[in-house]
Design a protein around this ligand. Structure first.
Ligand code: AMP
Length: 519
């Protein structure tokens, strides 16, 4: 798509690429976000990819296939984004997390194109807490899927946009509590007129609805093993079925105060009743983690509950009544959800996509003049979820430590310039270790990689000055720039990342995947 010439018919969409479900939305003529159904007629597409002998399945069909053939299916790929070690091998081919995510993107895009015409650009959402490697992997997944990634936007910012649009007049501090399928974050956002300014954010990329499912799986499997002396967790297929039953039961427990779960394995059948109270008690510690994070983020934002105007729950897992109760207990406020909790992120992504396009001076042909004017006024500002640091050798202790250059929660975009002296005469290269995090010990942070400043002018004495600028762009991505202090000329820099695909690998993956059809 991205290689073909622009056309008035090209559409821009917002995509919530979730751990368990993916949603795609666009803006209608009146500027309202609308989720576009997939080929199965569903608004939510399971983020599951399955490889059959004849092709690739994504979504509902992949979920069915994953039950009969778990070894040929990939679930929860979002948890692996940015992980350089994760690879999926099937039928002699190897897939990266980026390419699996690209297949999910391709599916929702190709299904939406039937309704709205060719899609050229997209905004993709990520948890606010995603680090540079995970953000880059998400952007690359879009590239592999053949779309221009207009922006990467934080999920809570997207949610706030979706709510804020409905009530343009209501200013104040918004707390977004986002508990999805595989990630959790809390973000404090200030809405001032048409501006949405993030004040603080934190979270856990390893916590989500899946952990609640896992507790139920273990609860059920333990009871089954006690009764029949056989453990369904031993067999991947039985385990896959058990996960589906556990998730179903969890959802039932959001509506009713008990659920009955059938479990079968090795010819035995068990039926287990679980009450909502029992479910809440076996998952109490998971909820407590979210409470601690919420209180910590408020503190980081320098705000008390009295200063919070509204609390927005988002993410499918906030449908659990215990979450609503927690939020109401903590905040002392009514927790409203006028936008469905699992649709608000995609809605906000579509709004943000329109805001980005209008902001760059482009017209959106399908949008009415009134809606374009309204959307054109919206502004968002995010913060860095992680500090940016450099590993230096402390001259006093001679130990390596993390020198924080950009503190956590700095408003994006943000740059910091440091001046370095060359150590020896004729030095032409400086290598710096860049990390994300604010822990003093280097290994307690996320290692981004080696930043190399090469081609320093030849023949300079020791002590020559080099200016290096480190920055986070609006998307929370890291950039590096260097210049020779004496002449002001730019010096080549490159970050050799510990993880992530190179530009030519993205192009090659895009070519390879374009040959695959999603059935
Ligand atoms: P999301 O990533 O926002 O799409 O959220 C997906 C997660 O929400 C999955 O873990 C689902 O099991 C969970 N979920 C969806 N509906 C419900 C419900 N009614 N009760 C509890 N959890 C739910």
């Amino acid at each position: 798509m991205a290689d073909t010439p622009e056309s008035d018919r090209d559409r821009t969409v917002g995509i919530d690429l979730g751990t368990t479900l993916t949603k795609l939305a666009h803006i209608d003529q009146s500027g309202r976000p609308v989720i576009i159904p997939n080929a199965e007629g569903e608004l939510l597409t399971p983020s599951i990819v399955a490889f059959t002998k004849t092709g690739v399945l994504v979504g509902r069909d992949a979920r069915r296939e994953s039950l009969s053939n778990p070894a040929r299916a990939v679930l929860n790929i979002k948890r692996q984004m940015g992980n350089p070690k994760w690879r999926f091998k099937v039928d002699g081919e190897t897939y990266t997390p980026e390419s699996i995510s690209a297949l999910i993107l391709r599916k929702v895009i190709q299904d939406a194109e039937v309704h709205i015409g060719p899609i050229r650009r997209a905004v993709i959402t990520v948890p606010a807490y995603f680090d540079d490697a995970r953000r880059k992997a998400t952007e690359d997944a879009g590239g592999i899927a053949g779309i221009d990634v207009l922006d990467i936007v934080n999920e809570p910012t997207a949610s706030a946009l979706a709510y804020g649009l409905g009530e343009a007049g209501e200013d104040g501090v918004i707390l977004v509590y986002d508990l999805g399928g595989g990630t959790f974050d809390v973000t404090v956002i200030e809405k001032r007129g048409n501006e949405f300014i993030t004040l603080a954010t934190d979270g856990d990329v390893e916590l989500g609805g899946k952990d609640w499912d896992e507790r139920l799986v273990n609860f059920l499997a333990d009871r089954f093993r006690n009764e029949f002396d056989a453990d369904p967790r031993e067999d991947p297929q039985a385990l896959a079925y058990l996960y589906v039953s556990a998730e179903e039961a969890k959802k039932t427990l959001s509506r009713r105060d008990w659920a009955r779960v059938p479990v079968s394995y090795r010819g035995h059948w068990g039926n287990y009743d679980i009450s909502r109270d029992a479910f809440e008690s076996i998952t109490e510690d998971l909820l407590a983690v979210t409470q601690l994070t919420t209180e910590m983020v408020l503190e980081e934002a320098g705000i008390t509950w009295a200063g919070v105007r509204r609390v927005i729950p988002t993410g499918g897992s906030t449908r659990m009544p215990v979450v609503q109760r927690l939020l109401e207990r903590m905040s002392g406020k009514d927790v409203r959800t006028e936008v469905p909790v699992d649709e608000s992120v995609a809605h906000g992504a579509a709004i943000h996509a329109a805001v980005c396009l209008l902001g760059s001076g482009r017209r959106i042909h399908e949008l009415s003049a009134e809606a374009a004017e309204r959307l054109g006024k919206i502004k968002t500002a995010d913060v860095a979820a992680h500090a940016l640091g450099l590993i230096i050798k402390d001259v006093r202790t001679l130990q390596y430590r993390n020198d924080v250059l950009i503190p956590k929660n700095s408003r994006l975009p943000v740059s910091v310039t440091k001046t370095y002296q060359t150590a020896v005469a004729g030095q032409q290269k400086v290598i710096l270790q860049v990390v994300q995090g604010d822990a003093p010990a280097p290994e307690a942070n996320i290692i981004i990689g080696a930043a190399e400043v090469t081609d320093l002018p030849a023949g300079r004495p020791a002590g020559s000055l080099v200016k290096v600028t480190y920055s986070y762009d609006r998307k929370g991505r890291i950039h590096l720039k260097a210049e020779d202090q004496q002449t002001g000329t730019a010096i080549t820099t490159e970050i050799t990342r510990e993880s992530g695909l190179k530009a030519d690998q993205v192009a090659e993956e895009a070519r390879r995947l374009s040959l695959k059809s999603i059935e």
